[in-house]
Design a protein around this ligand. Sequence first.
Ligand SMILES: Nc1ncnc2c1ncn2[C@@H]1O[C@H](COP(=O)(O)OP(=O)(O)OP(=O)(O)O)[C@@H](O)[C@H]1O
Length: 264
Amino acid sequence: MTGEGIRIEGVGKSYDDLRVLEGIGVSIKKGSVVAFLGPNGCGKTTLLKIISRNLDPDSGIVFLDGKNIVEMRPVDLSKKMGSVPQAHRSSFPFSVLDVVMTGRAPYIGAFSTPSAKDMEISLGILKTLGISHLAEKSYTTISGGERQLVMIARALAQGPEFLLLDEPTTFLDLKNQMGVLSMVTGLAREKGMTVIMTLHDPNHALMYADEVVLMAKLDGHKSNVIAAGLSRDVMTAENIRAAYGVDVEIIEHDNKKVILPYVK
Ligand SMILES: Nc1ncnc2c1ncn2[C@@H]1O[C@H](COP(=O)(O)OP(=O)(O)OP(=O)(O)O)[C@@H](O)[C@H]1O
């Protein structure tokens, strides 16, 4: 199979008796920023875990640049794809710099130690994210928001072409939310990195994502995907009602759509 980017075909997944994903077919163009949006429990994280091969689907295939991810060597997959999980805790007292350096593992031989270049790359990323001052701190003692930034730094240290972020704005203050979202969109524009992130704020999706995959719980739907495509086109009041069962009002500001909760 050829084709650049990510192609998801016919993915389905159950946890025991609970059918979570059905009939997921989505294509993600290389270099685009894509948001997975939808209500709690609709399967966004499950889908992200399937794309990063942290979880195998019951059916369907994920292609990365035309290759079935199941057939890729784990080390090759981790050079191509960095993944940032939701809320991350660790009881190991590693320094922040050591945690970020683990992102270099795919490039370091099993019996080797990180090189000066690995160190330089890791320090550079800490600087980009504005957290150089945390380098020597223990990962266990930093705040939730700081941990989130460190896990993003770790994924970037992998030098990935594809970056998967599960709720990257959780725990972040307003400035860091905007900082992280503009940084990842900047990386997509400058380096052609493909970014997939799960989000809860529909305005973040409108502002920062090129495309949105709007999902709903299966309940009677044949597939979780309510609509997929350009953010502006997908984020309509009708689609939002179908996904979340709520009414919103959409206004235009500076030629951009803004979603307001509708209060009757
Ligand atoms: N390991 C698991 N075992 C059993 N059920 C699970 C497991 N992981 C997730 N689920 C269930 O699968 C459904 C989808 O979960 P998932 O975390 O993918 O949703 P989500 O859209 O990311 O939700 P949220 O927005 O709340 O993070 C939920 O009903 C959840 O309870």
